[in-house]
Ligand binder design. Structure first.
Ligand code: GTP
Length: 598
């Protein structure tokens, strides 16, 4: 197929608006994947993803399509991950395309993630084709949604395609629109090789598999290539296309999408956004847009059983081979013993890693509450980055602290505007904008400390709006605030993983709520346990857990055996996730208590 008949595109959508269903339909309609080998949602092929119903890792698929003009076209669909934690990966996938299908659920309308994705597509100068999906639903209102897209995005929607990915309506029209509206890639095959990496993953047999789009030049099996950002050189063992399974080929050229295997040891050598060029005939400049991964959220991971520390290290090293954004270093805590301080792109990324460690590596872990990265200006004039509240320099050594802020956009039906603004206000948000999209829905923009968002903001937003509001955020920079460290001690021992950094104005309320919560969560022992919250040496709140008087089973009067069993089982389950801090057993929930104070 000549370059003039290649189309590279992706699908952008808010979660659940039907991206995967539509992708499946396109693969079916073009005969790329036979019905019977079609797993439900072919492109999301990781278990964890399917369970959570979200796309984490992106993939690609090449389709042959005979258009109405009688010509055969090569359509490359590049999938994008659907979560704010991975917006850099989304932007690199979009940079590998000339066009995007903008899928909006016609029964819902424009949501926060729709907008965030559209901004990324516009930054990459993509041709955007609006698709109104789920028109089979009785509640679909394509006219209203068309208006919303025009109002919010300024996109002409007169030719928006009406579609039901579920029933296969509008799929032909979409394929034709991709052929007609998405521009062909430029003809730059004679220039030195530049290929953009939009995904990579670690395969234990072949090393890292790299997915890329060739922007300039061409590449062959056996070529010696250079990754321009990492500076690593490798020889290509295998080159191929994704259909969507991997099919080896001898050569790929400008405009095409494919993969390579080159016995690459770690994804850090071939990161998303890096440029592949020839080691012999180097490109003058890297492709724009490469960024180092900067972890935004940190937490401590401690094995419950200290003997598992070496296994935890090994598991983290293995995960890192496949995840260049995961950072970790050893951490020693007086309360918790040996563990690791780990850095993540965001909360979802953190949860994924924690879950893998427990599920795939059978580790029993205590995880501490997530923290953001603070910039501390010390009295000696240095600026240090602190990702662990326990490591905050003493008040006497600090001039001031800065914390990261995000621009937060919430889209909501108008009934919830009041309660959501109150939520943002409680989280120290600075109001920026309130805009009605239609008479019934609005967009609210705040600038909020990231630390206030990574606690349970998302859950609060969902519960206050009965599930109808959506949100997205992006970093806007650091700001100085009057922050203090709140220390927690249990039974006289300061428990460093429970330390938290809060605004001075909120410290008393947080201290009181946190000590009360801990009182609920920590099981009684044979002795009385005092719990205190302090700023420096000043105690600002205290509670105590009274001593257990009788054996738990005594309550059962020896009568009801099933109840007795249940109680024992519950105790055993609770035990699994307990860490002994001094003489007190502290359950996993207690380490997350600070996130659940509202
Ligand atoms: P993520 O992968 O989680 O980002 O979601 P997605 O955008 O890929 O959505 P997905 O394709 O998983 O669809 C979400 C839900 O909507 C599923 O239950 C689909 O069956 C359903 N769905 C998708 N398209 C249609 C449609 O045209 N009509 C109806 N009625 N339901 C649809």
């Amino acid at each position: 197929v000549p370059v003039s008949r290649i189309r590279n595109f992706s699908i952008i959508a808010h979660i659940d608006h039907g991206k995967s269903t539509l992708a499946d339909r396109l693969l079916q309609q073009t005969g790329t994947v036979e019905q019977r080998e079609m797993k439900e949602q072919f492109l999301d092929n990781m278990d964890l993803e399917r369970e959570r119903g979200i796309t984490i890792k992106l993939q690609a698929a090449r389709m042959q399509y005979v258009a109405k003009d009688g010509e055969v076209y090569c359509l490359n669909l590049i999938d994008t991950p659907g979560h704010v934690d991975f917006s850099y990966e989304v932007s690199r996938s979009l940079a590998a395309c000339e066009g995007a299908l903008l899928v909006v659920d016609a029964s819902q309308g424009v949501e926060a993630q729709t907008l965030a994705n559209v901004y990324l597509a516009l930054e990459n100068n993509l041709e955007i084709i609006p698709v109104l999906n789920k028109i089979d639903l009785p509640g679909a209102d394509p006219d209203r949604v068309r208006e919303e897209i025009e109002e919010m995005i300024g996109l002409d929607c007169r030719e928006a395609i009406l579609c039901s990915a579920k029933e296969g309506i509008g799929v032909d029209e979409i394929l034709e629109a991709v052929v007609k509206k998405v521009p062909a890639p430029p003809e730059t095959v004679d220039e030195p090789l530049r290929a953009l990496i939009f995904d990579s993953y670690y395969d234990s047999y072949r090393g890292v598999i790299v997915y890329f789009r060739i922007i300039d030049g061409d590449v062959r099996k056996g070529d010696k290539i250079l990754f321009m950002a990492s500076g690593k050189e490798y020889v290509i063992d295998e080159l191929g296309v994704l259909s969507p399974s991997q099919i080896p080929v001898d050569r790929l050229r400008a405009g095409e999408v494919g993969y390579i295997a080159a016995s690459i040891r770690s994804v850090a050598d071939a990161r998303v956004g890096d440029t592949i060029t020839h080691a012999g005939r180097k490109a003058a400049k890297m492709l724009p847009g490469y960024e180092e991964a900067t972890p935004m959220v940190f937490c401590g991971l401690f094995p419950i059983d200290a003997d598992q520390f070496p296994e935890l290290r090994e598991a983290l090293e293995k995960l890192q081979l496949n995840d260049a954004a995961l950072k970790f270093e050893p951490e020693t805590s007086s309360a918790m013993g040996f563990g690791f301080r780990c850095g993540f792109l965001g909360l979802l990324h953190m949860e994924i890693v924690q879950e893998r460690l427990e599920r795939e590596y059978n580790l029993n872990l205590i995880t501490t509450a997530p923290s953001v990265v603070y910039r501390v200006h010390t009295t000696s004039g240095d600026v240090i980055e602190v990702d662990n509240p326990a490591a905050l320099p003493d008040a006497g050594k600090r001039q001031f602290i800065e914390e990261p802020y995000v621009r937060l956009e919430v889209i909501t039906p108008k009934d919830y505007i009041g309660t959501l603004m109150e939520l943002a206000q409680n989280r120290r948000g600075d109001f920026k904008e309130l805009k009605y999209i239609t008479t019934s829905r609005a967009s609210i923009v705040y600038e909020v400390p990231l630390g206030e968002v990574v606690s349970d903001f998302f859950d609060q937003m969902k519960s206050r709006s009965k599930g109808y509001a959506s949100m997205e955020y992006s970093m806007v920079g650091y700001r100085k605030n009057d922050l203090v460290k709140l220390d927690i001690s249990i039974n006289g021992d300061s428990v460093d993983p429970l330390a938290t950094i809060v605004h001075r104005d909120k410290a008393y309320n947080v201290g009181r709520a946190l000590t009360q919560k801990l009182k609920e969560l920590i099981p009684r022992q044979m002795f009385k346990i005092p719990i205190q919250a302090c700023i420096g040496t000043k105690v600002i709140a205290s509670e105590s857990i009274s001593a257990m008087r009788k054996d738990v089973l005594a309550k059962c009067y020896g009568g009801d055996i099933t109840r007795k069993k249940k109680l024992l089982k519950k105790q055993a389950e609770g035990k699994k996730r307990m860490k002994s801090v001094g003489r007190v057993d502290v359950p996993q929930d207690a380490f997350m208590a600070v996130l659940k104070l509202e």
